[in-house]
Structures are given as C-alpha cells and as structure tokens.
Design a protein around this ligand. Structure first.
Ligand code: SF4
Length: 414
C-alpha cells in the first residue's frame, strides 16, 4: 500500500494530465492510502455507475456473460493461516509431549530422591524436563484448544491470525493465502459487469450469485451464463433456471480416477436428446433406468445403463468397465432443464474453451499487464472496495481502447 501510494504521489508531481486533473494540490502518500481504505463503498458505487454508463453507451450485449474466478493474494502470509486439521494434529502432538514430559518429570523426581544430592536442582541439568517447560507446553495446548473451539463454533475450517478473512486457497497444486475473485464478463466487449470477492476456494456455490448480479447490472429479464466445470452445482443451476438464467456449465469432471485407470470418463459418452439416451464409445445406446438416485449432495440423478449382453461381448470392455462390472452406467442430473447437464452443446463441450476465454482476458490483463496480483488492504469491505477500483480501472481502459480518447469524449458529450 505504502509503495503504491508513494508512486501515485510521485505521479501527482510528474504527470501533466494528473496535475491538470488535480488542479494544484499534491496529496501525500498517507492521504492516498487513507482514501482507498475509507472509501470502499463509494468505489463500489462508482464501479456500478460505470457499468450503467457502459450500458448507456451500448457497449454491453446483455445476452451472454462468462463467469470465472482467480485467486489473488491477500496481505497475509501462508504461515499466518492454519487449518482445522493442522490445529487438531498440533493438539494431539502437544498432548503426547505433555504426557511424556509429565512422566519424565516424575521419573526424574524419583531418580533425584533416590540417587542425587539434594543441592542439585533438575532445572539446571540441560536437556532434562522442567516444570517450566511443562507449563509452557500446557499454555500452548490451551491456546491451540481455544483456536480449535473457535473454529468449531464458527463452523470454519481455517484460522487466519493477521487478516481474519483471508484463507489458504488451493488450485492445481498451487496454494495462495488470500481471496477468490469472481468476475462476470459481458460477451460483446469483454467488459466486467459484476465482480465479487469471496474467501471460499471452491467456485461451486458462486454461479447463481454472479449470474444474478450480472443480470441486475445489465438490466435484462433473461441472461445466458457460461462457466467452467468448477461451477457445476445442482442447487445453483436450479436457482439460475428459476431466475431465467440459462446456464451452460460442463458437468464436473469426476472422472479423474477413471482417467488415471485408463478408463472412459463421462465425456466419452454422448447424449442424444432426441432419443434420451447416451451413446457409448462402442456405439451402444445407454437407456434411462427406472427411478432416480439421490447423490451425496441430495441431487436426483437419472441413470443410463448399457445392455449386459452388449458390454459382455464388447471389445472395449477393458477400457470401460471394472473387472467385476457387467455393464456401464452413466449419471445425469435430473433436477430440471440444464443444457450443460442434459447434453452436449456448442457452448459447453468439454474441450471447447471459447466461452471461458472471454473471462480469461480480463484476468490476464489485470494480472499480467496491470501487475495486480495482491490486495493491499485488509478485511472484506476494504478488499471489495479495492477490487472495485481494479475493475473500474480495467473497464475504463477497455472503453478507451474501444472508442479512443476522443471518441469516448464525443460519446459522453452525446
Ligand atoms: S463396455 Fe458397454 S458401455 Fe462400455 S464401450 Fe463397451 S458396450 Fe459401451
């Protein structure tokens, strides 16, 4: 923050446009830093108003948005955040140490009484357990237990000591201590129409919230939203459906285990909506079974099964079934009309990355061109304000590159 505010202060002395804009005063770095800290709500409002301006300038298509997320570092180190699992392990280790220390102390006392002259204090003997060490261990155990209780009380899995709402977020083997930024990008000019900062590393609950925010910002009655498989979630897909948002989300790839075993995943089975059947790699039709099955998340699944005779004589059997299985079954979400779940579509084919590139553009620009990879403020409100400023800057430069400066001024004048 300090570094950033210093460079803004430098620009206020050096940059002619900025000098003209400020009309004289040169704010100190502390003033600049405090402005960002204290005006989160105003920055969010300015960001929202800028989207309305883009709407008025007919820069938003209002039909299709792409939703995606990226992790941004917070003002917290990885070491300052611990997980419930680590705390529980630490508690167990401390309890073992305390027990061992207590036993050793007892043995020490007994040995002292039996053999050592009374003038020697065991505290002076290096490496031997002492009551002070035991007391320190017990104090650590009390603190660790209190931390664990606090997590359980709040129903949380992580505890952040310096920035209360930053979390350890992991994707693709890479862990970040910070936040998960959600963006909804309008297809027409890749302008960001909705943004949010959350501290849940899993996107599966975010689809509807982002689609609804984008729909409100665009002021439309219906909207199409595309997102990657990380957003696949029955409840949020249903919520989209109920709110006139047509969501295209590829089913979550639950087939990594199958791929590791060299077996066909769900993506190898092609849905034929006309006959309501899946076509397997060998050309066999998998037909819907009677009844529906509820999965662990409470979603109703329709099961499609191949014929036992067909699987029994199939040359691809080894790549499809386990040794004991007699037939193959694939599952489809049966909670309602969902294009992504109900079959292949140009927008949600597993290997079709086109819709997602729409939203990768802003993230790429923010991270690589603007160098924005970390939040400098602490706390959700301030971080969300900072994110709004980031989005506002992105949209503003994007509009300038669409219109050019003169064109933008002329459009505003109109
Ligand atoms: S084993 Fe059955 S489902 Fe699998 S490819 Fe062969 S016929 Fe199709």
């Amino acid at each position: 923050m300090r570094e950033c505010s210093h460079s803004l202060k430098r620009e206020a002395r050096r940059n002619l446009e900025l000098i003209w804009l400020l009309r004289g005063p040169v704010p100190g770095y502390r003033t600049i830093a405090n402005f960002r800290k204290e005006n989160g709500a105003a920055l969010k409002a300015a960001n929202r108003d800028f989207v309305f301006l883009a709407r008025a300038l007919h820069l938003l298509g209002g039909e299709l948005v792409a939703i995606d997320s990226a992790f941004f570092r917070g003002d917290a180190s990885k070491a300052s955040i611990t997980t419930q699992r680590k705390l529980a392990e630490r508690l167990r280790a401390l309890e073992c140490d305390i027990e061992a220390y207590a036993n050793a102390l007892e043995a020490n006392d007994a040995a002292e009484a039996a053999q050592m002259p009374s003038s020697i204090d065991c505290k002076d003997i290096r490496g031997l357990p002492t009551p002070e060490k035991l007391a320190a261990l017990m104090a650590r155990r009390t603190r660790t237990k209190a931390d664990l209780d606090r997590l359980e009380e709040n129903g949380e899995l992580q505890l952040s000591r310096t920035v209360a709402d930053a979390r350890l977020l992991t994707k693709g083997g890479h862990t970040v201590a910070g936040y998960n930024v959600q963006l909804a990008v309008d297809e027409k000019h890749k302008l960001i129409v909705a943004s949010e900062v959350v501290n849940d590393g899993n996107d599966s609950g975010q689809l509807y919230a982002m689609a609804a925010a984008a729909k409100a910002a665009l002021g439309v009655a219906t909207l199409t939203a595309v997102a990657d498989a990380g957003y696949y979630n029955g409840e949020t897909l249903k919520a989209c459906e109920a709110d006139a948002v047509t969501a295209y989300v590829p089913p979550a790839e639950r087939n990594q285990r199958l791929a590791a075993q060299g077996r066909f995943g769900r993506g190898e089975f092609h849905y034929d909506a006309d006959t309501d059947a899946y076509l397997c790699p060998a050309g066999e039709r998998l037909k819907p079974m009677n009844g529906r099955k509820q999965d662990a998340a409470g979603k109703l699944q329709i099961r499609y099964a191949a014929r036992v005779a067909a699987c029994g004589s199939c040359s691809l059997r080894a790549a499809c079934l386990t040794e004991k299985a007699k037939l193959r079954i694939v599952y489809r979400w049966g909670g309602g009309r969902c294009r992504a779940a109900s079959g292949p579509d140009a927008r949600c084919r597993r290997n079709d990355a086109t819709p997602f590139r729409r939203v990768e553009h802003p993230f790429g620009t923010l991270k690589c061109r603007a160098g924005y990879r970390q939040f400098l403020l602490r706390g959700f409100d301030k971080v969300r304000g900072e994110c709004s400023l980031m989005v506002l800057s992105y949209n503003f430069t994007r509009i300038l590159s669409i219109f050019g400066i003169q064109g933008f001024i002329a459009s505003l004048a109109k």
